[in-house]
Ligand binder design. Structure first.
Ligand code: NAD
Length: 260
């Protein structure tokens, strides 16, 4: 389905991004990975994508809090791929504190990685997509792009911003073959969430598993976590022809969280 397409997935060395990269490679797309982690593990992941799916996989370790590194990554993608057909903006971090205690440098970091990086990759990817008259921009927002929770000022602001940016991008490209959409996951048990589960376990003097059950039951009417693979398949759907008239919208995959 995606043979001949080239995808860049930011924050794809673990969690949701890695599942998205696997889903795209499974459908035949060449993939550029990005994110932090152990270099041997990243190389093994890259190689596995190539051998399991018969696609070309590259890795670029750009720090997405730095616009100059984002520009270099986009140039690298252009040099290796000719350009990016599918851009998945997925890299993200979390920091929790009440707004009056929120360290300004943490605010800046969350906004830079979770929101500004999406602006930079998008502005650099759109000209090539316009030339080809085809493109898919998929932004990993969050249930927190639609509703708020306490102690997540920067994250909630950034994710609401991502949904706004997605809509503007969609409107500006509406008469082309480019679509821009956001996916809004609820709780997915990745490293980002594991840290919150462990912190709450300590705070409430309960086991990690009890903490996980409480965390997911508090927000998801389904009382179940979303899997990274389910988000990967949602991204794949957005790349398909069936989704060519879906643009400027969001898809919630959140166990019913935002229906409440
Ligand atoms: P994760 O921690 O497993 O993955 C985050 C990825 O981003 C990793 O590859 C990491 O190396 C990369 N990253 C972090 N800082 C970076 C930087 N400065 N430059 C480049 N890469 C960087 O977490 P995840 O849960 O898979 O998160 C992926 C996305 O999904 C994030 O945008 C997150 O906000 C969003 N999300 C997650 C959940 C959830 O419950 N896990 C829910 C909704 C939305």
């Amino acid at each position: 389905m995606l043979t001949g397409k080239r995808a860049l997935v930011t924050g794809s060395t673990s969690g949701i991004g890695l599942a998205m990269a696997k889903a795209l490679a499974g459908a035949g797309a060449d993939v550029m990975l990005n994110g932090f982690g152990d270099s041997d593990e990243i190389e093994a992941t890259r190689k596995a994508l190539e051998t399991e799916h018969g696609v070309t996989a590259h890795y670029n370790g750009a720090d997405l809090s730095k616009p100059d590194q984002i520009e270099a990554m986009m140039k690298d993608a252009e040099a290796k791929f000719g350009g990016v057909d599918i851009l998945i903006n997925n890299a993200g971090i979390q920091y929790t504190a009440n707004v009056e205690d929120f360290p300004p440098e943490k605010w800046d970091a969350v906004i830079a990685i979770n929101l500004s990086s999406v602006f930079h990759t998008t502005r650099l990817a759109v000209p090539y997509m316009r030339k080809k008259n085809w493109g898919r921009i998929i932004n990993t927002a969050s249930a927190h792009g639609l509703v708020a929770s306490i102690q997540k000022a920067a994250y909630v602001a950034a994710k609401h911003g991502v949904i706004g940016l997605t809509k503007v991008t969609a409107l500006e490209t509406a008469e082309t073959g480019i679509t821009a959409n956001a996916i809004c996951p609820g709780w997915v048990r990745t490293e980002l969430v594991e840290r919150q589960i462990e912190a709450r376990a300590k705070e409430n003097n309960i086991s990690v598993e009890e903490s996980a059950t409480r965390l997911v039951s508090d927000k998801h009417p389904s009382k179940q976590f979303v899997s990274p693979e389910q988000i990967g398949q949602t991204a794949l759907f957005l790349c398909s022809d069936a989704a060519s008239q879906m643009t400027g919208t969001h898809l919630s995959v959140d166990g019913g969280w935002t229906a409440q």
